[in-house]
Design a protein around this ligand. Structure first.
Ligand code: GAR
Length: 210
């Protein structure tokens, strides 16, 4: 049986597109939801017949009220999995716990380094030679949950933050659909705050090929 997947975006939604385009066996993308009415990814999803919804965070007095309503909108689609794909909102603990072990995020750094915003410039400023992205389960602590997969790229001498972001984004587009596929096939389980895989996941197999 297909697992229902709800994707949350705030912008262009290129990660959302990579997941939709992957046509993941066992996953049905039931809705794309944005907190920004002008998110470019909404039109892309609509053109493909995917249900979309907008919940503008500016219409709410506080985070708790927004998250409570967002939870209702999401749960109307009966999700098995919620995927944060460039969803640029800090989420309340209650919201995170409601979707415990069934909500994923992608973050453009090699966690636990460089949480939060401006990750690419931060990695360049620190003199790092590698940067990358991390797919992880979402917990109440920001950019901190159990890590599912990571991909690394070199930082080149003259890189701008935009150059590095573009290089990492191509890896994001590989890792995130693989992580969703690993989730829907039941290959991911969390023990003691770590993701334990009985067998290598698709994401790991891809890296083992290097
Ligand atoms: C991606 O690089 C994603 O990793 C990042 O925002 C971008 C969204 O791009 N997410 C975060 O920074 C979350 N803290 P997209 O809208 O094209 O997928």
């Amino acid at each position: 049986m297909n697992k229902n997947v709800v994707i949350l975006i705030s912008g262009r939604g290129s990660n959302m597109q990579s997941i939709v385009n992957a046509n993941i066996i066992g996953a049905k993308i039931v809705a794309v939801i944005s907190n920004r009415p002008d998110a470019g990814g909404l039109a892309w999803a609509q053109e493909r017949g995917i249900a979309t919804a907008v919940l503008n965070h500016r219409d709410f007095d506080n985070r708790e009220a927004f998250d409570a309503q967002l939870q209702q909108v999401i749960d109307a689609y009966q999700p098995d999995l919620v995927v944060l794909a460039g969803f640029m909102r800090i989420l309340t603990a209650n919201f995170c716990l409601h979707y415990q072990n069934r909500m994923l995020n992608i973050h453009p750094s090699l966690l636990p380094s460089f949480k939060g915003l401006h990750t690419h410039q931060a990695a360049i400023d620190a003199g790092c030679k590698l940067a990358g992205c991390t797919v992880h389960f979402v917990t109440p602590e920001l950019d901190h949950g159990p890590i599912i997969s990571q991909g690394a790229v070199p930082i080149l001498p003259d890189d701008s933050a935009d150059d590095l972001a573009a290089r990492i984004l191509t890896v994001e587009h590989q890792l995130y659909p693989q992580a969703v596929a690993d989730f829907v096939t039941g290959r991911l389980s969390v023990q003691d705050g770590k993701v334990i895989n009985a067998q290598p996941t698709d994401a790991q197999n891809k890296l083992l090929a290097y």
